[in-house]
Design a protein. Structure first.
Length: 350
């Protein structure tokens, strides 16, 4: 694999060299012919100096591919450009003197324009060196930007994973405490609750590696959770889930509704005597999936800041996923506590 990649890269590099040689040599040959040299002398002169120039450009290209000079080292780059320019000009003159021995006027002419050629070569080599330095800097900046984006994405995914992993122990501890309390008084209910808890955990573990689930799957998880809670609270807990059939195949983050419903159970059933009705509604409003959870509460028994871990987790997850802080709102009025989430519609699962 590495040898093939090297061979392909080497082949492509030489194709570029040959194309560059043809372009530069052809241009120089036409220019020299225009100013009076014979076609043969024009082509030979252009091939020698064009070949040396392309070789110099190829050398610079390979140098700057592996070496990006800092500002304090620009003198080294200038020295390299001057050295290459002198090598090309006087190396070309030497080669032409060896190739042409029967045309003293031509030899005198190439000596006469050596300094002009030197300036020309330095101009081209300097421009190419500047281009390679700027291109290298831009490439480094793009690579650094990509690394920062990858690190930010990894950090976001790690935090999302951490938040999701915290939800299960949070609920599991509460359920185990309830099972422990039921074992002595109502062992049959404790057994039923253990089975339902097992089914709930099995369902959530299957979704552990999923970033998105359908609304129908999430509602099913909520129903499993509520079946456990009904074992704990019996007839005191009443739940009304209103789900618009048009949203069943829409996708949302997993374990998004369950912690909000758990928060509603906690602040509703624990804080009040008698029956408590929790209302869950899922529908589409103006291109957004609207999820609302409402529960009664005791205004005198619940601190305003006591929203709990579940809501904080949901708020943070929504921000990390969508980059918006306005996707969840909390309100309390006339003894009713409401949580409304708005999820942008992203896709549907067939």
């Amino acid at each position: 694999m590495i040898n093939n990649r090297f061979a392909n890269g080497f082949k492509q590099a030489w194709i570029k060299v040959l194309i560059g040689l043809v372009v530069i040599a052809g241009g120089q040959a036409l220019l020299l012919y225009h100013y009076g040299l014979s076609p043969y002398r024009s082509i030979m002169d252009a091939l020698v100096f064009g070949g040396l120039l392309v070789g110099g450009l190829f050398l610079l290209s390979n140098i700057f591919r592996y070496y990006q000079p800092e500002e304090r080292n620009y003198g080294v780059v200038l020295f390299l450009v001057i050295l290459l320019a002198f090598t090309i000009v006087f190396g070309g003159n030497f080669a032409l003197r060896k190739l042409v021995t029967d045309d003293p006027m031509y030899l005198e002419w190439i000596a006469y324009i050596s300094w002009l050629r030197l300036a020309y070569m330095m101009l081209i080599l300097s421009g190419f060196a500047i281009f390679m330095i700027v291109a290298g800097r831009l490439e480094d900046q793009l690579a650094a930007h990509e690394r920062e984006e990858q690190m930010a994405q990894l950090s976001k995914e790690a935090e999302l994973y951490h938040l999701r992993q915290q939800l299960q122990p949070h609920f599991l501890f509460n359920s185990l405490n309830s099972i422990s309390a039921l074992l002595k008084r109502q062992p049959e209910q404790a057994r039923e609750m253990i089975l339902q808890l097992s089914e709930f955990l099995r369902s959530t573990i299957r979704k552990n590696d999923l970033k998105w689930v359908t609304v129908a799957e999430e509602i099913n998880t909520v129903r499993l959770f509520l079946s456990i809670e009904k074992v704990r609270f019996g007839h005191r807990l009443e739940v009304d889930i209103a789900e618009d059939t048009s949203v069943e195949k829409c996708i949302i983050p997993p374990l998004l509704i369950q912690p909000v419903v758990e928060n509603a159970v906690k602040h509703g059933v624990y804080g009040l005597l008698g029956k408590v009705k929790i209302e869950v509604e899922v529908k589409v409003v103006q291109g957004m999936i609207l999820i609302s959870v409402q529960n009664p509460y005791d205004p005198n028994g619940v601190a305003e800041s006591g929203t709990g871990f579940g809501l904080d987790s949901v708020r943070r997850r929504l921000y990390l996923l969508f980059g918006r802080r306005d996707l969840i709102s909390v309100s309390s009025e006339n003894g009713l506590f409401s949580v409304v989430m708005k999820i942008p519609i992203r896709n549907t699962l067939v």
